[in-house]
Design a protein around this ligand. Structure first.
Ligand SMILES: Nc1ncnc2c1ncn2[C@@H]1O[C@H](COP(=O)(O)OP(=O)(O)OP(=O)(O)O)[C@@H](O)[C@H]1O
Length: 386
């Protein structure tokens, strides 16, 4: 099991990870989600002892990585698929790693088979495609047959078949009782791969719950109702009738109304009662990706100016109220999104039991005063910070 308690990492003035507490349990795939720059890689580096936490701690099986007996046999990781000696054959690369960790050479051929690189085992890795590089990185992670596996964005650059392969590999590793921690910024992919989710934004915990709970909390049913095109009066009349009956009504980009809190037959009756002609009345479910985007909306560091100016996010019809962004815990933003109450096995915005609930004493929350940056950051800022 991986356990983080109050994990915080600062690089100078930049706080990459703030007060993260979570557990990653064996026997399941745990997805680690967050937008670009949210602190996933930094967290993984701290788990692997490649970066020292500023405060807090993270352990694997009760030990910090650097104190873990026979670490390469216990923990395998794919952090950066490009971090290989490009001049070496794939097999030689793995052989070097195996020798360093006292792993027998036959295991190299085994893992080359597992990742499907036998045919190119004697090719130099600098000629590898991104997908082949990912496979080689996964092979390296599997070398020591470890019980704990960390994969940072393992499906990057893979084609659909490769993505399916990674998905099944992660699941089978977990089914063997291993601890599998996989980072991604794609909710849709994680929903298919993981059983448990840890979602962070700007280095802070946004959700720690099972995928099942995430789905039931976030994919609310709603109805879409459409009146004859351009008939604003009819639409307003219907909207008023539905609201009066206790429905929540939101105008959509294309002029339809999104209604929650009322069953379809009731909506139909209310429209009939209000003498409004309906062109469409259909049931829908908000997608998980949508829920994830909403959850991390206030915690995105890098956003296109085109996105902001032209409003690539859904354009609302005249008169509609835009939704304020999702508050990041500790940022003190007013929020419309009330996380649902904790349920069995699910703790939105929660810390695992026994972990500190607030920031460590004497550690001010670096996000408390800083509002979410409105301006676009360039990728160079990111590089400079490094
Ligand atoms: N060595 C470093 N020095 C300074 N800042 C850093 C360093 N490493 C990371 N950061 C900053 O910390 C923040 C978190 O970065 P990190 O790479 O952990 O995020 P991430 O969630 O893995 O992002 P991505 O999905 O883009 O890989 C970023 O703002 C990044 O610029």
């Amino acid at each position: 099991m991986i356990e983080a308690v109050g994990l915080t990492k600062r690089y100078g003035a930049k706080t990459a990870v703030y007060n993260l507490s979570f557990q990653v349990r064996p026997g399941t795939v745990t997805g680690f989600l967050g937008p670009n720059g949210s602190g996933k890689s930094t967290t993984m580096r701290m788990i692997l002892g490649l970066d020292q936490p500023t405060t807090g701690q993270v352990t694997i099986g009760g030990y910090p990585y650097r104190k873990l007996p026979n670490a390469p046999r216990q923990v395998g990781a794919l952090l950066d698929a490009k971090a290989v000696h490009g001049g070496r054959h794939a097999r030689n690369h793995l052989l070097c790693l195996a020798q360093l960790s006292g792993i027998p050479a036959r295991r190299v051929d085994e893992v080359l088979g597992v990742v499907g690189l036998q045919e190119v085992a004697k090719k130099r890795s600098k000629g590898f495609s991104l997908g082949m590089g990912q496979r080689l990185g996964i092979a390296a992670a599997l070398l020591g047959d470890p019980q704990v596996l960390l994969f940072d964005e393992p499906v990057n650059g893979l084609d659909p078949e490769g993505i399916l392969w990674v998905r099944n590999l992660m699941k089978s590793l977990a089914a063997e009782g291993r601890t599998v921690f996989v980072s991604s910024h794609l909710m849709s992919e994680m929903a298919l791969t993981a059983e448990h989710l840890i979602v962070i934004g700007r280095g802070q915990m946004l959700a720690d719950m099972s995928v099942k709970d995430f789905i039931s909390h976030n994919s609310a049913d709603f109805a879409r109702v459409r009146v004859p095109e351009g008939d604003v009066q009819q639409r307003e009349k219907l909207s008023a009738a539905l609201s009066e009956a206790g429905g929540q009504v939101m105008p959509e980009q294309d002029g339809a109304l999104r209604v929650t809190g009322l069953p379809l037959p009731r909506i139909s009756d209310l429209a009939h009662g209000a003498d409004v002609r309906v062109w469409e009345l259909s049931p829908h479910q908000a997608s998980l990706e949508e829920a994830y985007m909403r959850m991390t909306q206030g915690a995105v560091d890098y956003r296109s100016t085109v996105d902001q100016r032209a409003g690539l996010q859904q354009q609302l019809p005249p008169g509609a109220m835009p939704q304020p962004p999702m508050p990041v815990p500790g940022q003190g933003q007013p929020g419309w999104y009330a996380p649902p109450p904790p349920q069995q096995g699910g703790q939105p915005f929660a810390m695992p039991q026994g972990a500190p609930q607030g920031p460590p004493q004497g550690t001010p929350n670096p996000y408390a005063a800083a509002p979410a940056p409105e301006m676009t950051k360039s990728a160079n800022d990111n590089e400079d910070a490094r």
